[in-house]
Design a protein around this ligand. Structure first.
Ligand code: SF4
Ligand code: SF4
Length: 437
């Protein structure tokens, strides 16, 4: 019997309007059509190296990019067609990265996927299948999953946390996946609990999604403890989630594995089961298309589908009502310059915001109200960091642990002086990085 318990949350955080307009929208398929642009770098680590050439015909599931080293991940074609370009394309992060353009033939032919019985596989074989399927963290970080599941021997991992929080406003893709595919999520969870040899598994979910919590609770075995957490942003950040669920604190410059914890997002866990059990590589994901987009909802979209293709299939954007397009949610997502960027493995949402999002706000001097300090989940002093970066004192910014910022934007959200704190802090992180190099 699994348990359903309520626990206190983390210190800090905010309560923005959740705007989960698509929570009742069942997942629907978007048919691949036109062209796909598949970046060879959709993960942290070395970009994959192309193993196809222009003019080649490829099928869905065929490897088109080979991982380069352990901290890297292969990339696969998400439908069938002809490779028409290998070159630089804009990634949703804003960087230009090498990618493969495929003109689709409309037949959506697929390679044969090789099924396996996970119970017959060794740990090494399971990790090989996870790596071979190109699975990376789908909650945003895009860290190669096989690496995260291979902690160094000296790290004593005793706890697995499944992240079903989905604390970003507007996004509902993880929620719908949990409601609609709970068995795969549970099987994937049990599989990686075995790989990590942990006894304790928490499934963390915010209390604004009780149906999803109940779905897992009613089906999971006693080894999974489903915990409803207060709805608060950024509950889904690894460090805040771990603090809320286990009471343990990840060190400022440390990782969850330093305190015996591994965290995996629900979409990643489902992809792990598909990859290990059915041999299906990561070539599609659920995306919440929302905001001013006509026919908002949750859609199963092939990796490489460009924003324009997706938006057009959903009926387009209403004339003159969209000022900003974001890959992800409004708090931590990346603003897109246009509709040319593709859905990648970490794209949880495509959000179109109206004119109100484009209103430029003038900032005024800090009134030392301390609100930014109160809400910071990383226990930082956003106002002091901003002042040190603005004055060019990067050494001071480093002393203030600027690099521990998760860029959640909570400080900017509450600042009555409209100071773009997170932008200053991101600049500070980049300056600190440059100094180290
Ligand atoms: S300083 Fe960073 S972690 Fe703290 S509230 Fe601001 S953006 Fe979030
Ligand atoms: S919230 Fe804004 S005004 Fe208040 S202390 Fe922080 S930077 Fe200053």
């Amino acid at each position: 019997m699994s348990l359903l318990t309520k626990k206190p949350s983390f210190v800090g955080g905010i309560h923005p309007a959740d705007n989960k307009l698509t929570r009742d929208s069942e997942i629907k398929d978007i048919a691949p059509s036109g062209t796909l642009v598949i970046p060879l770098s959709q993960h942290i680590g070395a970009p994959a190296k192309p193993v196809v050439e222009e003019g080649d015909n490829v099928k869905r599931g065929q490897k088109i990019g080979e991982a380069q080293g352990f901290v890297s991940s292969p990339v696969h074609a998400s439908s069938s067609g002809e490779v028409t370009k290998i070159g630089k394309f804009r990634h949703p992060s804003g960087n230009e990265v090498k990618g493969v353009k495929i003109d689709l033939d409309g037949e959506d032919k697929s390679v044969d996927f090789k099924e396996a019985d996970p119970g017959e596989l060794s740990t090494e074989e399971i990790l090989e299948r996870i790596q071979g399927a190109g699975i990376v963290g789908m909650g945003g970080a895009a860290f190669p999953t096989h690496v995260k599941l291979s902690p160094p021997e000296e790290k004593d991992i005793d706890t697995l946390v499944i992240n079903g929080a989905e604390c970003e406003p507007y996004l509902t893709s993880d929620f719908r996946l949990t409601l609609e595919e709970p068995e795969k999520i549970i099987k994937g969870t049990e599989l990686i609990a075995d790989v990590l040899e942990v006894d304790k598994v928490y499934f963390g979910i915010e209390d604004n999604k009780p149906e999803a919590a109940e779905e897992i609770r009613s089906r999971a075995s006693g080894s999974i403890e489903v915990v409803e957490l207060p709805t608060k942003y950024p509950q889904g950040w690894e460090k805040t989630l771990i603090q809320a669920l286990t009471g343990r604190e990840v060190p400022v410059d440390g990782l969850p594995l330093d305190i015996g914890v591994v965290v995996q997002n629900v979409a990643t866990v489902k992809a792990i089961w598909d990859g290990v059990r059915f041999g299906v590589p990561l070539t599609e994901r659920v995306v919440t298309a929302t905001g001013t987009i006509r026919n908002p909802g949750n859609y199963r979209v092939r990796i490489g589908t460009r924003g324009k293709e997706l938006i057009d299939q959903l009926g387009g954007l209403p004339e003159g009502r969209t000022a900003k397009l974001i890959d992800g949610g409004p708090m931590m997502g990346d603003t897109q310059p246009d509709q040319s960027t593709p859905v990648v493995k970490s794209t949880s949402g495509l959000l179109a915001l109206g004119e109100e999002a484009a209103v430029a706000r003038d900032s005024s001097p800090c009134i030392r109200c301390g609100k930014c300090v109160d809400v910071c989940p990383a226990n930082l002093l956003p106002t002091s960091i901003y002042k040190s970066v603005e004055s060019g004192d990067i050494e001071k910014a480093e002393e203030l642990n600027t690099t521990a910022c998760c860029e959640c934007g909570s400080c900017t959200y509450v600042c009555p002086s409209e100071i773009p704190l997170v932008q200053w802090i991101v600049q500070g992180k980049s300056e600190i990085e440059k100094r180290k190099e």
